[in-house]
Design a protein around this ligand. Structure first.
Ligand code: PEP
Ligand code: MG
Length: 671
């Protein structure tokens, strides 16, 4: 029998979402699991019983786990509670770190160390010490004008690079993780910071020295603040500092590179370092500093890399030729583990791998519900490489090809020839499967050097997506359309899709379509076989879906933007973004209206926003009549598994129930 003694730090205690997450986790184990709070002891696998415990914030629970998989269950439950059961939790400080903690301290063996669990998962492998990149700052001074120019160039390159990173992380992970790099863009654009650097340059310091000195002072000041979250932002300042210095000094930003699967040991990892890690080679990472709310920990969770942070100075005693076991769920690190420990880890890894492999083995087959309804599962990507990963994981096509990738990393607009090559490559990788290309979706919030948008108070409500293209850059849109049509004609692919982002009014769609028709005539390439659709991301488009449905071939619902515009919550807002939940009944009603309008006109409808990959949304979306779900490559096998374990009839009931509720929390509690 395993016992846990835990404190719940969630704001609302053990209610709705956290309770549901805990019950779901308990149900995934065979062991008998009981939770006690006060005098009352209940079955952890019953949602109602857990809710009746009435555990409030800071309430203490005792968990008893009895059965064959009790060790794994105990570790998973502890980790899930500690990391907030799907919610952000703020726990009291202990030893200088913010940790929700287990009260019964574990006794550590001589070769064990305990850090803060930051990303679940088990790993065993050799150590690789990650060296931080150090920069040799030059002392020569080329004169104020030249130094200022060099600084301005480096700012531009850094901004372009960060913009590209935001797009890549949005596609590979999610908009939430990409937010980290949006924050870096803000640091970079900070007027005071820039002014200080310019003043120092004018006073005779070179650009690298000035930039480093100003950033260093800022980072130090932040790290002194007695607030874990703000202190963690000091790492962000250092990260942006290093990124810009690399451009100023023409050096690569990363430290040593990995050649074999290893466990990284680092003082701390910057978000940029973490995002650039090759998940195939990094088995896990351990840091001596840092906390569970650091951006590197957030990215590790999204990438599925096990991580333990804040191990303390003891980490330095681990020798370079050691092997480690890292348990990201408990924070336990075992140095040069015994054969028995290694065997245990292997057995657990095997179990998890078997489940993943079983799902992957059937991922290439179509996904039919138990009552025989096919739901198409497509992938989201931004490059030929992404498309390859999607295809490998069972994507039946690409439902959202974000073409921004090609544009954002550049200082000048990619030529038609370059675009043609990229699109042809993507079509060839997908080997006849349908690819839906979304035309360039950028705007005031993500500037590129060759697009000038007047300064806007509210870029998210301004010249974005298709508006920007038809109002200011019709030639850029036409060049892209030409490249797409030529790539399609030459690919031999039977069907391809083109869709337009951020359409709010029929007139916008009509203009975009008009450009496509004109380009097709100009090139003499027929539009037969090309489906043209709109993304439903603006509430007005969903509300007018009946009118749109008469003219478009399909709808693809972008729930990320649709949610932000419906809830009037910026999807990157530092404190409110968590409330912008696509399962809010308001958003679900717009999805339902869109699906009904599409079907009423004999058209199909997909969802390509993050909601499509959310396990809690699968049945609801199927029940609302969504025909195609388009998700990141990693989510494909498990999404197909969930579809196969659902029946359309049951999904419809769940969807109707969801529409009758009044908050996202209630919808999530449906289970
Ligand atoms: C969306 O808004 O849901 C979407 C898929 O587009 P993006 O995330 O690229 O804005
Ligand atoms: Mg969008």
């Amino acid at each position: 029998m395993q016992q846990l003694d835990l404190v719940i730090y969630n704001e609302t205690g053990l209610h709705a979402r956290p309770a549901k997450a805990l019950v779901k986790l308990a149900k995934s184990f065979d062991s008998d699991i009981k939770i006690q709070h006060g005098e009352k002891k209940v079955n952890a696998k019953s949602m109602i019983s857990v809710l009746t415990l009435g555990v409030k914030k800071s309430g203490r629970i005792f968990v008893e786990i009895d059965g064959d998989d009790e060790v794994a269950a105990s570790e998973a439950i502890e980790s899930a509670v500690v990391s907030g059961l799907g919610e952000e939790v703020k726990a009291p400080k202990t030893n200088g770190h913010t940790v929700a903690h287990k009260m019964m301290e574990q006794k550590l063996a001589d070769n064990q160390m305990k850090g803060i669990p930051a990303s679940t998962g088990l790993a065993h492998g050799p150590v690789f010490r990650w060296s931080e990149k150090s920069f040799d700052l030059p002392s020569d001074y080329a004169g104020a004008a030249e130094e200022l120019k060099q600084f301005a160039d480096a700012v531009l390159k850094t901004r372009t690079e960060l913009n590209a990173l935001v797009i890549r992380i949005t596609a590979d992970l999610s908009a939430e993780e990409a937010e980290i790099f949006n924050a870096h863009l803000e640091i970079l654009a900070d007027q005071e910071l820039q002014q200080e650097v310019k003043d120092r340059i004018k006073a005779g310091e070179n650009s690298a020295q000035s930039w480093y000195a100003v950033c260093d002072a800022q980072a130090n000041a932040l790290s002194q603040i007695d607030d874990e979250t703000l202190a963690a932002r000091s790492a962000d300042v250092r990260d942006v500092c290093g990124r810009l210095l690399a451009h100023l000094l023409n050096q690569s930003q990363s430290g040593k590179t990995l050649h074999q699967p290893s466990i990284l040991l680092a003082r701390d990892l910057s978000p940029s370092d973490t995002a650039s890690l090759n998940a195939n080679l990094v088995l896990a990472f351990v840091t001596s500093e840092g906390g569970p709310n650091a951006h590197s920990a957030i990215i590790a969770r999204a990438m599925g890399i096990p991580a333990v942070v804040g191990l303390g100075p003891g980490m330095d005693s681990i020798s370079d030729d050691a092997t480690l076991i890292v348990n990201g769920a408990t924070g336990l690190v075992e140095v040069n583990p015994s054969d028995e420990s290694i065997e245990k880890v292997k057995a657990e890894q095997d179990k998890q791998a078997q489940k993943a492999a079983a799902m992957l083995a059937v991922a290439k087959d179509f996904a039919l519900t138990q009552d025989g309804v096919r739901v198409e599962v497509f992938g989201n990507g931004g490059s030929a490489a992404d498309c390859g990963s999607c295809k490998g994981n069972g994507a039946e096509g690409i439902g959202l090809l974000r073409t921004e990738f090609l544009f954002l990393g550049k200082n000048e607009e990619p030529s038609e020839a370059e675009q043609y090559d990229t699109y042809s490559n993507i079509l060839s990788v997908m080997d006849g499967r349908t690819v839906i290309f979304r035309t360039l979706d950028i705007g005031g919030d993500k500037p590129v050097p060759y697009i000038t948008v007047p300064n806007e108070e509210n870029p998210f409500l301004g010249e974005r997506g298709v508006r920007l293209m038809i109002n200011h850059y019709p030639e850029m849109l036409r060049t892209q359309l030409k490249a797409l049509l030529r790539a399609y004609r030459d690919s031999g692919t039977e069907k391809m899709g083109i869709m337009f982002p951020m359409v709010g009014q029929l007139s916008e769609w009509r203009k975009a379509k008009q450009h496509t028709v004109e380009v097709s005539k100009e090139l003499g390439i027929s539009l037969d076989g090309i489906e043209m659709g709109v993304m439903i991301e603006v509430p007005s488009a969903a509300l007018n879906a009946v009118a749109f449905a008469q003219e478009v071939d399909f709808f693809s619902i972008g729930t990320n933007d649709l949610t932000q515009y419906t809830m009037a919550i910026d999807r990157q807002h530092p404190t409110l973004a968590g409330q912008a939940d696509g399962l809010d009944p308001a958003v679900l009603r717009l999805i339902a209206m869109t699906a009904d309008a599409a079907h009423g006109a004999g058209k199909w409808v997909g969802v390509c926003g993050e909601l499509a990959a959310d396990p809690a949304a699968t049945q609801i979306l199927i029940g609302l009549g969504i025909d195609e779900l388009s998700v990141n490559n990693k989510a494909i096998p498990s999404l197909k598994d969930r579809i196969r374990n659902s029946s359309k009839a049951q999904c419809e009931k769940v969807a109707q129930k969801a529409l009758s509720l009044s908050s996202a929390a209630e919808v999530r509690a449906l289970g």
